[in-house]
Design a binder for this molecule. Structure first.
Ligand SMILES: Nc1nc2c(ncn2[C@@H]2O[C@H](COP(=O)(O)OP(=O)(O)O)[C@@H](O)[C@H]2O)c(=O)[nH]1
Ligand SMILES: [Mg+2]
Length: 199
């Protein structure tokens, strides 16, 4: 694993555009970490130190390292090849941010949903919202040291995903792994709507 994206993982050279993708997921799943590990520009973060007031709003059970919570969004950019730049908008999964998605999802080609298998139930609402809003998404399972090991098939069943929805395992701290998750999403959205590309 190196920092370079391997050539065979490039999207077709015919693609010449900037693509907007949303990165969503429940509190603490690794959204800020993933954008930080792939972004070639200093990621823009809007975070504030978690105060007593947010405890009970955002569950911190089992997340002892988690000292900050994203209040609005993260932004980063990844140029996959000279023809294609991904603009990444990270946004929290909690219900109170759903209005923010409305605006952010405008012009977005797809959504990467980050999931933590230690708290799978936290992802149900997010997935349900994406389905309601007809936003195409791929699922990235962020692996923590104490995560149980499940196969993508087991997770697909547990999350009640469509057969076509990509499920990729990733480590949000690892650039190559995070890039692979984004490529899985990009390939999925291009494959399902080829006619819309470039239109
Ligand atoms: N071990 C491990 N820790 C991670 C991983 N991704 C994120 N973390 C840690 O989990 C915590 C929450 O991550 P963060 O990116 O802030 O989550 P967010 O709320 O979705 O933005 C942070 O302390 C990260 O350092 C991962 O893949 N493996
Ligand atoms: Mg965050």
């Amino acid at each position: 694993m190196g920092s370079a994206v391997s050539a065979e993982r490039y999207l077709p050279e015919t693609v010449q555009q900037a693509v907007k993708l949303l990165i969503v997921g429940a509190f603490g799943v690794g959204k800020t970490t993933l954008i930080g590990s792939v972004s070639e520009i200093a990621p823009l973060r809007t975070e504030e130190t978690m105060t007593e007031a947010s405890i009970g709003v955002d569950s911190v059970a089992g997340l002892t390292d988690k000292k900050t919570t994203t209040v609005a969004m993260d932004f980063g950019r990844l140029t996959l090849n000279p023809q294609l730049a991904l603009y990444l908008f990270g946004t929290p999964g909690q219900r109170r941010f759903w209005d923010l998605w409305e605006g952010l999802s405008e012009g977005a080609l797809g959504v990467l949903v980050i999931v933590d298998t230690r708290r799978l139930e936290d992802s149900f609402e997010v997935l349900e919202q994406l389905e309601l809003r007809h936003l195409p998404f791929a699922v990235a399972v962020n692996q923590f040291p104490d995560s149980g090991r499940y196969s993508p098939e087991e997770l697909r069943e547990a999350l009640d995903l469509l057969a076509e929805t990509p499920v990729v395992m990733c480590d949000a701290r690892d650039r190559a792994s995070s890039v692979d998750a984004l490529i899985a999403l990009a390939e999925y959205v291009y494959d399902r709507a080829p006619a819309e590309v470039g239109s």
